[in-house]
Design a protein around this ligand. Structure first.
Ligand code: FES
Length: 91
């Protein structure tokens, strides 16, 4: 998962203005607690501009190429929970 944390000058829209760096740390912590990092080797990285600034903040999940806009930590949680539900084998 790549989460854009790009900062643009002036008043141009960018993901950094939406606490994107904090969201990366939140996502990493949650992915670890859900078992995504250990079981699936799922990784979360900050990225430069992903070219979707107008609808940001944004992230993209690979290999699916699934794009998401988010607003809150809860949005990030919902995205990661869906990934965990789709991919992890439950007891
Ligand atoms: S600044 Fe995040 S997509 Fe461009």
């Amino acid at each position: 998962m790549f989460i854009c944390t790009n900062q643009k000058a002036n008043d141009k829209p960018c993901c950094a203005k939406h606490n994107a760096s904090e969201m990366v740390e939140h996502a990493k912590s949650l992915a670890k607690s859900l078992g995504l990092t250990k079981e699936l080797k799922f990784r979360i990285s900050s990225s430069g501009c992903l070219g979707q600034c107008a609808v940001g903040p944004v992230l993209v999940v690979y290999p699916e190429g699934e794009w998401h806009s988010y607003k809150t930590k809860e949005d990030i949680e919902q995205i990661l929970l869906r990934i965990a539900d789709k991919t992890l084998i439950k007891d």
